[in-house]
Design a protein around this ligand. Structure first.
Ligand SMILES: C[S@@+](CC[C@H](N)C(=O)[O-])C[C@H]1O[C@@H](n2cnc3c(N)ncnc32)[C@H](O)[C@@H]1O
Length: 252
């Protein structure tokens, strides 16, 4: 964890102490997670469309190497695999990852014996690894420029607002020049838009750090990346940005 400059807030609690933790392993409804997202209610309205859009942006062709952060039960990972990408899924919850592993394993077993497997042709068999990681947005356990794409859905909002720029820096670090960053998230243009939405939608959670698109745009501009956005529901967006190529091109 990098040190924070608290010099301007001497009487306040250090920000690290304020950060809420989202320990899915201790949540009683963890076994219901996939039913909840499949219901498509509230924040998960158009869940499938959003995952599909992220995987389409991140994995337009087979053979790419993708990092899925906050992979959870592996739904986005699974979509990237079926598009022929190899995927590393990071998450701090062992129980969520166990479900992800079981899901991929059963899909593999179902497809065994087929000439064309569900995860690609035999000539190009994508690989998947689910890896427990304590703080996977802020400390990504891979060298610079490892991945063709860095993705995530409904996980970045677990990172406190003041650490989100650091999370972006870390994700851009592991992305290769020309690679793509794409997430599906509950997000708002700015804090005022979030407040307004919370008046309309009481099911929005007070504990989450829903990203503010204006702030993300400013963070990405430091890396000469332009943030693109498409709104799917009143609260959920797909956001993406290309890392410039070494010669300064826009990527992909
Ligand atoms: C709402 S689930 C989303 C899972 C999956 N990406 C999906 O779309 O269904 C949020 C996931 O983020 C993980 N998570 C919690 N805190 C996190 C953090 N600080 N960094 C990354 N992931 C975190 C949880 O363990 C959980 O698996």
């Amino acid at each position: 964890m990098r040190s924070q400059d608290n010099s301007k807030r001497p009487t306040e609690i250090p920000r690290e102490a304020e950060a809420k933790s989202f320990d899915f392993d201790s949540m009683p409804w963890i076994d219901e997670y996939d039913h909840v997202v499949e219901s498509g209610l509230d924040i998960f309205s158009r869940y499938d469309d959003i995952l599909e859009a992220v995987s389409e942006i991140a994995c337009p062709s087979p053979g790419l190497i993708v990092l899925d952060i906050g992979a959870g039960t592996g739904n986005l990972t699974f979509r990237c695999l079926t598009r022929g990408a190899s995927v590393v899924g990071l998450d701090p919850s062992e129980k969520m990852l166990a479900k992800a592993r079981a899901k991929v394993e059963s899909a593999y077993l179902e497809s065994k014996g087929c000439r064309e497997t569900r995860f690609g042709s035999e000539a190009h068999q994508p690989t998947v690894e689910f890896r427990l990681s304590e703080n996977p947005f802020l400390e990504i356990p891979y060298p610079d420029s490892t991945f063709d794409a860095v993705v995530g859905t409904y996980a970045f909002h677990h990172i406190p607002h003041w650490q989100q720029p650091e999370g972006i820096r870390e994700m851009v670090r592991v992305l290769r020049p020309g690679g793509v960053w794409a997430i599906g998230e509950v997000a708002f243009k700015n804090a005022a838009a979030e407040l307004e939405a919370k008046r309309t939608f009481p099911w929005l959670d007070e504990d989450e750090y829903y990203p503010h698109i204006d702030s993300l745009r400013s963070s990405f501009s430091q890396f000469h990346m332009i943030l693109h956005s498409k709104q799917f529901t009143p609260v959920a967006w797909v956001l993406w940005a290309l890392k410039p190529t070494v010669d300064g091109g826009p990527g992909w």
